[in-house]
Design a protein around this ligand. Structure first.
Ligand code: FMN
Length: 398
């Protein structure tokens, strides 16, 4: 049997195979962040499709951390029953689920959070809205660390098998880690150790909160691809080692920061027409120029974070590494595991198109995901339209 179908442990959590559904914002929750029947249906289907571990779309830990209009919230206790329903749908089908906890930092807009977005520093202007974020006070930083702990407690109460701290893609935790975003000179910036402190305190408090009974994962960017050096694979290696020393149960490796290098995270076509369609008409001419410049710059290559994984893997000892980004053919995925470059295979877009992909791979009905990385699903959610495969003539199997 292929190594892809061998079990793996993430801390105390047993996963029946090596496939992970990487967190994917669905634009399917209510505007107040509640779980809907459409979300439950999506994740029930993925569990039916035998995905070993399911990580639903990012969930904001407090109101100020809300980055998406129709994203799920885990910021208050009254969200627990809805989240429990989501967990139950996955567990009923034999699946495992962990929740991705995030704070959007400067990657949100005033319209969504009712005030100026916050960041470690106010130095970097949002290149899309042109707004400068407000620098967080130390008190706010401590409150946000506590918000992650409270959210982890709610995840446990809802029955989730663990949590993942979203430290990638330019959101708040990533901003603290990155010398590009974080220009602080106090105890939260100025050196790698200080820039790591925010994530370190979150990991420690969340682990205490979950008492070793639930898995604690981190999603990290191997490269921010910001205009001046942010996280590079070398710095990611330093942070990865420190995370392993803290005792996390798994590290998922990605890349890119949404505001400055959106398409590095999701290499493939740049769906300029679809991205622009959702903007107010007065923003379209400039957006057209911006997106036209991006076309052809992020062409799809299989396993585009593999080189970074090769650097990080030897630094993190026995901590399992989950690799995401352009995993498409079973033979390639198996080779990565066999060579020891990673321990698990994470995918996002392929599951949007084929939720039953893992089952079909196991049954030998297919060898390669049929996702064409057109990124129309990404353009849709960015414009508040629900997640599905938007390739013409294709209807997502259920
Ligand atoms: C529509 C869409 C929504 C996404 N939402 C999230 C998210 O909520 N959290 C996250 O960490 N990554 C998110 N990502 C990134 C994916 O998890 C993944 O890292 C990336 O798509 C590369 O993997 P792939 O080639 O298998 O699609 C999203 C990607 C897409 C296409």
């Amino acid at each position: 049997m292929s190594v892809l179908f061998s079990p793996i442990s993430l801390g105390t959590l047993q996963i029946p195979n090596r496939f992970v559904h990487s967190a994917t914002y669905e634009a399917m929750a209510t505007e107040t962040g509640e779980v809907t029947e459409a979300l439950v249906k999506r994740y029930r289907t993925l569990a039916k499709g035998e995905v070993g571990l399911i990580i639903p779309g990012c969930m904001h830990v407090n109101h100020l951390g809300r980055g998406w209009k129709f994203g799920m919230g885990i910021h208050s206790d009254d969200r627990i029953p809805g989240l429990a329903g989501l967990v139950e749908a996955i567990h009923e089908r034999g699946g495992k689920v962990i929740f991705q906890l995030y704070h959007a930092g400067m990657q949100t807009i005033k319209d969504l959070v009712g005030q100026s977005p916050v960041a470690p520093s106010s130095a970097v202007r949002n290149p899309v809205s042109f707004a400068k974020p407000r620098e967080m006070t130390e008190e706010e930083i401590e409150q946000t660390v506590a918000a992650f702990a409270a959210a982890a407690g709610r995840a446990a109460e809802a029955g989730a098998d663990g949590i993942q701290i979203h430290a990638a893609h330019g959101y708040l935790v990533n901003e603290f880690l990155s010398p590009f975003f974080n220009r602080r000179k106090d105890g939260w910036g100025g050196s790698d150790v200080n820039r790591f402190r925010f994530l370190k305190e979150i990991v420690e408090i969340v682990r205490r909160q979950l008492n070793g009974e639930k898995a604690v994962l981190v999603k990290l960017s191997s490269n921010d691809h910001t205009p001046t050096n942010g996280i590079t694979p070398f710095l990611a290696g330093v942070y990865a080692k420190w995370l392993a020393d803290l005792g996390i149960d798994g590290l998922e490796l990605s890349c890119g920061s949404s505001l400055f290098s959106f398409m590095n995270m999701c290499r493939g076509d740049v769906p300029a027409k679809e991205m622009i369609a959702g903007l107010p008409f007065w923003k379209r001419p400039v957006a057209k120029l911006v997106f036209r410049k991006l076309v052809g710059k992020y062409d799809f290559t299989e396993g585009y974070n593999l080189e970074a994984a090769k650097i990080l893997k030897p630094l993190i000892g026995k901590t399992p590494l989950l690799l995401v980004g352009g995993m498409r053919s079973a033979a390639y995925m198996a080779e990565i595991l066999e060579k020891g470059y990673a321990d698990g295979i994470s995918m996002s877009r392929p599951f949007v198109r084929e939720p039953l992909l893992v089952k079909r791979l196991r049954e030998g009905k297919t060898e390669v995901a049929s996702c064409v990385s057109c990124n129309k699903c990404l353009a849709a959610v960015a414009n508040d339209r629900p997640l599905r495969c938007y390739v013409k003539g294709f209807s997502t199997e259920l």
